[in-house]
Design a protein around this ligand. Structure first.
Ligand SMILES: Nc1ncnc2c1ncn2[C@@H]1O[C@H](COP(=O)(O)OP(=O)(O)OP(=O)(O)O)[C@@H](O)[C@H]1O
Length: 292
């Protein structure tokens, strides 16, 4: 994706992501079917089945089947334009904001199709948060960036203080900003801003964090901090990350899905298997740099 394709809608979406869901009406409640089971030790939390996505007459994803395990890091890799970001935006219905986008097939979160009529996309985006390529803090204080979504939920001040601190700690930013919580989020470094955006995504207590090339705008030191953080986050959250950096995918992900031209998911497996011994010759050519 190009950054331009989402920037204009990001803050609009983030506002929506943090708006108050009406209890019991988000369509994501107890009536959902049991999700698929993976191995004995893992549970599939997100699952695409026969997922097709179109922009007008152009098909961006073709019949994608992808079971994403809970509390692991799943990397989506592939050449430019193969549909990685489209897949990510389908998961929390960000694609709803693109008029010409149409989705067919199933995309289940916790056993419930997120495209069912009774699913509230705003509530969905609270459970499935998103972090973008370019850090995009609100032009507010560090505290308010993280607290915004909690305040509109009607938490009292004591709870908000505690949750802001928790989110900043989980985003590995608390120690750096605890004495300047009233300073603007925009005054932080790029890497700190991205960790602030991660704290903002964590604060409403989501289950999934989607990350679209979250370190590609950062220097190597800031990138390394984000990578360490992503590995830590997977202890509590299910992380799905789009990256162009194959070394990064190899370093931080448990599973890797390889999309190739035409919006086809060609191979999905444990990351070590994908990088050491892929089934598909096309995947091997891609990861060894023969094209892409
Ligand atoms: N808003 C949009 N309107 C129309 N077509 C779009 C839109 N967003 C993406 N596409 C098209 O859908 C296809 C997949 O794009 P997508 O951004 O999902 O790919 P990607 O793998 O994330 O690419 P990159 O690695 O370059 O970010 C491309 O052909 C792209 O031109």
């Amino acid at each position: 994706m190009t950054q331009d394709s989402t920037t204009s809608t990001e803050n609009e979406q983030l506002d929506g992501q943090q708006a108050t869901p009406t209890p019991g009406t988000d369509g994501l409640g107890e009536e959902a079917d049991e999700p698929s089971q993976g191995t004995d030790t893992e549970r599939v939390l997100l699952e695409a089945r026969d997922l097709d996505v179109y922009y007008g007459d152009d098909q961006a994803l073709q019949s994608v089947d992808l079971p994403i395990p809970e509390k692991q890091v799943t990397a989506l890799i592939g050449p430019s334009g193969c549909g990685k970001s489209t897949f990510l935006r389908s998961v929390n219905r960000m694609n709803d904001l693109i008029d010409i986008c149409r989705v067919e097939g199933d995309l289940e979160f916790d056993g419930k199709n997120v495209y069912d009529d009774d699913v509230d996309p705003v509530a969905l985006r609270r459970k499935i948060g998103m972090v973008f390529q370019q850090p995009n803090p609100f032009p507010k204080s560090i505290y308010d960036n993280v607290a915004y979504g909690l305040r509109v939920q009607g938490e009292d001040d004591g709870d908000v203080d505690e949750q802001v601190q928790n989110a900043l700690e989980q985003a590995a930013l608390w120690d750096e900003v605890k004495d300047q919580l009233d300073s603007s989020g925009l005054d932080l470094s790029g890497g700190q801003q991205q960790r602030l955006c991660i704290a903002r995504a964590i604060a409403p207590d989501p289950e999934v964090i989607l990350m679209d090339e979250p370190a590609s705008a950062l220097d190597p030191v800031a990138t390394s901090k984000i990578e360490d953080l992503i590995s830590d986050l997977a202890e509590d959250y299910t992380v799905v990350i789009v990256t162009h950096n194959m070394q990064q995918a190899a370093r931080i992900s448990d599973r890797t899905a390889v999309f190739l031209t035409g919006g086809n998911l060609v191979e999905f497996d444990e990351t070590a298997k994908i990088f050491e011994n892929p089934e598909s010759d096309r995947v091997e050519d891609y990861i060894t740099g023969k094209f892409g």
